[in-house]
Write a new protein. Structure first.
Length: 295
């Protein structure tokens, strides 16, 4: 089962994506509520998926997006000597966690905000995300997947110079508004092969990241078990599970995102995100981010 959020006639609706991913059946209950245990409600109109606008499946967050760093060993190793003050760092024996603000989240085709006045190092990070479907604390690893509602695709777009400028910690350089595509829908756990999910990122048609979830240092279950030690995970929490090697800041020469770049992020069985990097004025006071061409 794949649950999506769409805009139909200017109204946000939930829907059940068809097996061929060409149609969507509208539902009475929002995806955020279904994830938290509400029944989907009555099924309504069936529409071609091409005639509706896909939004981020989730938009009502309990807290910051929870994230896992350095979960692919090749990614950890590729950045050695390039962390600008963070090296030397020992190979992690337990998952590394950080958070990013929920205002980063955008939909599967929305523009990625880009403001070179804020940062000149906008980097891509393809990731598999999961959403918690049942509350829990101190969850045993063998029961961890029972607490997962489903999986999504994400891109943890990061501003590397902002990471370095604020003590080397990750929050600021990963929490810029409207920069993290999420979606295209939530795929239920029982519909996914968790042993070998291929995660990829293309920029302007060039494949830059390509790895299997089998390469993760810490499994989905281990991430949940470690994260929930003494800390309650709530239904609706989104957890990113790490990016593989191939990031722009670790390349020689380095490769960063620019205005107009098309970023395609996919994971096998979970769908695809297609987002264009778009020049945006993030210096404006107040809510939201305005594309520079529309001021």
């Amino acid at each position: 089962m794949k649950l999506a959020s769409v805009t139909v006639d200017g109204v946000r609706r939930a829907g059940l994506v068809g097996e061929t991913e060409r149609s969507i059946t509208l539902l009475a209950t929002a995806v955020d509520d279904v994830v938290r245990g509400a029944p989907p409600g009555e099924r309504g109109e069936v529409l071609p998926l091409s005639e509706v606008r896909l939004e981020s499946p989730l938009h009502r967050f309990n807290r910051d997006v929870l994230c896992t760093g350095w979960n692919y060993l090749d990614h950890f190793l590729e950045s050695r000597g390039r962390r600008e003050g963070q090296d030397p760092v020992a190979v992690p024996e337990r998952p590394t966690f950080f958070t990013k603000g929920p205002d980063t989240v955008i939909g599967p085709t929305d523009p990625i905000a880009y403001d070179p006045a804020l940062s000149v190092q906008w980097d891509y990070e393809a990731e598999i995300a999961l959403v918690i479907g049942r509350d829990g604390r101190n969850i045993p690893e063998e029961k961890a997947l029972d607490h997962v509602f489903g999986f999504l695709v994400a891109n943890d777009v990061s501003q590397r110079d902002l990471q370095r400028a604020h003590g080397g910690q990750w929050l600021k350089g990963k929490s810029i508004d409207r920069t993290m595509p999420l979606g295209p829908w939530v795929t239920r756990t029982d519909s996914v092969d968790l042993t070998a999910m291929q995660v990829q990122c293309e920029v302007n048609g060039q494949l830059l990241q390509n790895a299997s979830s089998a390469q993760m240092a810490f499994s989905f279950a281990r991430i949940i078990a470690e994260l929930s030690r003494g800390m309650t995970l709530r239904a609706g929490d989104v957890v990113l599970t790490g990016t593989p090697s191939g990031i722009g800041s670790a390349r020689d020469p380095q490769l960063f995102l620019c205005d107009g770049d098309l970023v395609v992020t996919r994971a096998s069985g979970l769908g695809e995100l297609r987002n264009t990097v778009t020049l945006t004025d993030l210096s404006r006071e107040g809510e939201g981010a305005e594309p520079r061409g529309e001021q």
